[in-house]
Ligand binder design. Structure first.
Ligand code: SAM
Length: 289
């Protein structure tokens, strides 16, 4: 399809919206992209090739799907809003490598999807995400162990910064540790609000999360490590000893935590925000007993 015929041309987006008398639904986080430069950056950033099966979450009227269909072997696009299904039938009519599924992404068996459309081989996930469910979508993908190469997504700029933050910075938190346990983050582009219709109230960024083949740290008990991480950042102004001691999810006493920190060469007054992923793993190993 010629570029000026694509939906990234704002005139084409307006034409389709008017033709179908489409009403944007705030509750579904509907902000459609209308900038071809941003779309090209997303496709390049996601490293999509003709070998790939891409899962697109929330195709909207199909703006990014048109770009993905031209770059990938196969695209499976999952859209919750049934009013968009007839629209997608028209806007993606030229492509025979796109399947649209009318479902809530949080309810779909994604491992089954990777099996059915990619023989169980790792897929790529690309999305301009609905911001109200960014974290459940990304953590759901990681925790369900769907085979994934990389996840390249548009998110709120603040969220992208938190995902890639390192220990000691103000953006570093439980999300940084969780994302970095599963993947290597890289911010591909910052995207101002005028690249969308309608304009969101926040600035956005595209982040690529390249999944680790195996976690970069060893921990005997992943769940315990994440309980400690949550405790540390739920009360981030408190010392780690107090934060762990106050956590309803954990039952260690202060002396036990102080001894573990001492064994790691850390001060008894250290805060969780100073610990790296590696140190959280080590601490969970020591506290696992
Ligand atoms: N990909 C399009 C684009 O870039 O122009 C639209 C992106 S818009 C930010 C988010 C899309 O996700 C909307 O089309 C919305 O209806 C859809 N969506 C919202 N919640 C969803 C869910 N739980 N499952 C699947 N799609 C969802």
């Amino acid at each position: 399809m010629e570029n000026d015929q694509k939906l990234s041309n704002p005139k084409k987006t307006i034409e389709i919206i008017q033709k179908y008398n489409f009403n944007f639904q705030k509750k579904f986080g509907q902000n459609f992209l209308i900038d071809s430069h941003v779309l090209n950056k997303i496709i390049a950033g996601a490293q999509v090739t003709k070998e790939d099966m891409v899962l697109e979450i929330g195709p909207g009227i199909g703006t990014m799907t048109q770009y993905l269909a031209e770059a990938a072997r196969q695209v499976v696009a999952v859209e919750i809003d049934r009013n968009l299904i007839p629209v997608l039938k028209e806007t993606l009519g030229d492509y025979d490598n796109v399947t649209v599924i009318n479902e809530d992404i949080l309810k779909l068996d994604l491992a089954g999807l990777a099996d059915a459309y990619n023989g169980g081989k790792p897929i790529k996930v690309v999305a301009n995400l609905p911001y109200y469910i960014t974290t459940p979508i990304i953590m759901g993908l990681f925790e369900s162990h769907v085979p994934v190469d990389n996840v390249t997504v548009m998110v709120q700029k603040e969220v992208a910064k938190r995902m890639e933050a390192r220990p000691g910075s103000k953006d570093y938190g439980a999300l940084s540790v969780a994302v970095q346990y599963y993947a290597q983050p890289y911010i591909v582009a910052n995207v101002p609000c005028n690249c969308f219709m309608p304009r969101p109230n926040v600035d956005s960024a595209v982040i690529r999360l390249t999944c680790h083949e195996k976690p970069p740290v060893d921990t005997p008990d992943e769940h315990l490590m994440f309980r400690i991480v949550r405790a540390a950042f739920n009360q981030r102004r408190k010392t780690l000893v107090n934060a762990i001691n106050n956590s309803p999810e954990l039952s260690m006493d202060k002396v036990q935590v102080q001894e573990a920190l001492a064994a790691m060469g850390l001060s008894a007054t250290v805060r969780g925000e100073a610990l790296s992923l590696d140190q959280f793993a080590k601490l969970s190993e020591l506290l696992a007993g």
